[in-house]
Design a protein around this ligand. Structure first.
Ligand code: 3HC
Length: 280
């Protein structure tokens, strides 16, 4: 699978596109507006500039990687893709609409992989019109650095689809591990309650944000503290995942801390809005 469509130019879409291009794949990066597309392409260029500056890549790699990415606005352009990785916002209607459109454009055996972190893969698969060729391919932030890809089969996902997607993850230099289609899969089910608990601790004044993070770094050897991690992932995303865990399991232990809700209401989404538990 050499030609990969990537839908969405948020943190995840941009990271996925960059890693694909760096590992020799032809990328068709899609967003519905020219402005968002330009933003995504600029983010990739800046990421590669940083690698060049650190001498992690050569000038030739830099040029070659960018040449592997073509930004597209018309969904029809994705007809050329062997697989489409969807990383648009977690809006069910938006995803449904996109799948319905692409289902008519792409050949029947083209795989649709979703980077969803909070929706049921089985249910998205049904909406895709091609449940056997639909799968969850869950990357982690920052995609350029994190090795894991959770491979999540829907009830109807075929064995062949799973093998092809696993091979693609390996070709991207990632480590694919299987997770069942339960809310949060493995990582988010464990990490999001931890982040939530850190926010409860902050709300109750157990310690300030910096101290909570330092405690988890020094006491548990985590590379970054849970509040800084929440800022990196995006507080809006953390809230959406916790709400999904609470809704799907029907278990109050996943209830999002009201302080998290307040930050999201204020538009403090973390590093992407320059303000979250820290300022950037
Ligand atoms: N993009 C690209 N590269 C980045 C980056 C970014 N946003 N942030 C850091 N890096 C690179 C740096 O350039 C550096 O590369 P180098 O070694 O080649 O110079 C390397 O990562 C290490 O970075 P730093 O030295 O600046 O800082 P750290 O050593 O603290 O590493 C980190 C930063 C990799 C983000 C590390 O703190 C970490 O692993 N944090 C935990 C991340 C994590 O848990 N992610 C999962 C979140 S859950 C999720 O994503 C699921 C989703 O559904 C919400």
């Amino acid at each position: 699978m050499k030609r990969v469509g990537v839908l969405g130019t948020g943190q995840m879409g941009v990271g996925i596109a960059q890693v694909l291009a760096q590992t020799g794949h032809e990328v068709l990066l899609w967003n519905r507006t020219e402005d968002s597309l330009e933003w995504g392409l600029t983010a990739i260029r800046q990421g590669l500039d940083r690698l060049l500056k650190k001498e992690r890549i050569s000038q030739l790699d830099h040029k070659d990687t960018l040449a592997h990415i073509r930004g597209v606005v018309a969904p029809e352009e994705l007809k050329a893709a062997d697989i489409v990785i969807e990383a648009v916002p977690e809006d069910l209607n938006l995803k449904k609409e996109l799948y319905a459109r692409l289902h008519l454009i792409c050949a029947d055996d083209v795989i649709f992989a979703s980077n969803t972190s909070s929706l049921s893969v089985t249910s998205l698969a049904r909406d895709s019109g091609r449940p056997e060729h639909f799968i969850g391919m869950h990357f982690f932030n920052p995609v350029q650095v994190m090795k894991l890809v959770e491979i999540v089969r829907g009830l109807a996902t075929s064995g062949e689809t799973t093998e092809r997607v696993r091979a693609l993850a390996l070709a991207m230099g990632k480590i694919p591990l299987d997770a069942k289609d339960y809310p949060g899969f493995v990582v988010n089910r464990i990490v999001m309650p931890m982040i939530n608990e850190a926010i409860f601790a902050l709300e109750q004044g157990v310690a300030d944000a910096k101290t909570i993070d330092e405690c988890m770094k020094l006491g548990c050897n985590h590379p970054m503290g849970p509040l800084a991690l929440a800022d990196l992932v995006g507080l809006d995303i953390v809230l959406a995942i916790l709400e999904s865990l609470q809704r799907e399991f029907g278990d109050p232990r996943y209830r999002p801390c009201s302080l998290l809700r307040k930050y999201v209401e204020a538009g403090w989404f973390g590093s992407k809005t320059s303000r979250g538990f820290y300022t950037y």
